[in-house]
Design a protein around this ligand. Structure first.
Ligand code: NCD
Length: 337
């Protein structure tokens, strides 16, 4: 794809070589995310960071990534503090906000909303999550994490065995991730979910047509035996029409040290897009795994920065100029990794 000036709405836009390009730019940006170097390449540019649904990691990491490239960030964090609450259409909001920004990131509870918004926007729009549909940048940072973690274990994405666990029906992170895994050869996906929260048929069809080996389980112990990665997810309670239905699934699929040790291969990596639901009844990923070196969840969250920096640099066409504006940091760098 030609990244320059493009909207980033779906993971479908990426082919193998786009991902290679993105990952190589992301790697070159690590000195900046590690605060070893500073660049001002986006000085003067403004990111409109529009989050009409709760977010911590995605919103802050998009904002921090833009700041790390030297740009400024303006944001809205709730529908109720924006004019959408006065009945303004997304189209009008897009016309207005794109006049104030050079690029926009948007999260919204309705499927397809970010795409409609982008049609009225005069600047590139990046999908930060549209309902239960897609979360393309999460899939990209997940895939980057998978690559890095596998490399540390002398493995590659080709031949990957991964378990996707939890709410596969409403989880947009697993939707985008499963689509991007279709680009790789010899991939096995163990889908572990309650029957009513299975991965939707459209995704299953896509995976099968792409030659991905699929196994389905309702029991976590059986599905995590021979995998390189376990990708846990939260029950997406906010997406259930009937909230009491959601409660039925709370705590059904849990990973803790005991289950991990009894069933997993020694280097099985644990991922989760976060937030994990730490309420006692839920607790899909127990904090007793905190000291397990294979727990990659915070490395995964950190990777959100370089991936989002790389996307901004590519979409705004400044990759070649980063080196020219680069300098050492002024302050004492104490960031540990
Ligand atoms: C995910 C999301 O919003 O879809 N979170 C994230 O962006 N890191 C997953 C979730 O909320 O469960």
């Amino acid at each position: 794809m030609d990244f320059s000036g493009s909207h980033i709405l779906s993971i479908d836009q990426f082919d193998h070589s786009d991902i290679d390009t993105l990952f190589s730019v992301a790697e070159s940006l690590e000195p900046y995310s590690l605060r070893k170097k500073v660049t001002r390449v986006l000085e003067g540019a403004i990111l409109g960071n529009m989050f009409f649904e709760p977010s911590t990691r995605t919103r802050i990491s998009f904002g921090a990534a833009f700041n790390l490239l030297g740009g400024a960030v303006r944001e809205t964090t709730e529908v109720k503090s924006s004019s959408l609450t006065k009945g303004e259409s997304l189209m009008d909001t897009a016309q207005v906000l794109s006049g104030y920004s050079d690029i926009i990131v948007m999260r919204h509870p309705e499927e397809g909303s970010v795409e409609s918004f982008s049609q009225a926007s005069r600047v590139p729009v990046i999908n930060g999550g549209d309902g239960s549909n897609e979360h393309p940048t999460q899939a990209l940072l997940d895939l980057y994490t998978i690559k890095k973690e596998l490399e540390a274990n002398h493995k590659t994405i080709q031949g990957l065995r991964i378990a996707l666990v939890g709410d596969l029906k409403f989880g947009r992170a697993v939707h985008s991730l499963s689509k991007v895994l279709c680009l790789y050869k010899d991939v096995t996906i163990n889908l572990i979910s309650p029957r009513k929260l299975r991965l939707p048929d459209s995704y299953l069809r896509l995976l099968t047509e792409s030659g991905v080996n699929i196994n389905e389980f309702e029991n976590i112990e059986e599905g995590i035996i021979e995998v390189d990665i376990i990708y846990m997810t939260r029950i997406q309670e906010e997406r259930f029409k009937n909230k009491s239905d959601a409660k039925k699934y709370r705590g059904l699929l849990r990973l803790n040290e005991k289950i991990y040790t009894a069933n997993c291969e020694p280097n099985t990596v644990i991922m989760h897009p976060l937030p994990r639901d730490s309420r006692q009844g839920a607790n899909e990923l127990d904090s007793d795994l905190y000291k397990n070196p294979n727990l990659a969840i915070f490395r995964q969250a950190d990777n959100g920065i370089v991936i989002r920096m790389a996307l901004f640099a590519l979409v705004l066409g400044v990759v070649e100029q980063i080196g020219k504006t680069s300098r050492e940091v002024n302050w004492h760098t104490s960031k540990r990794h």
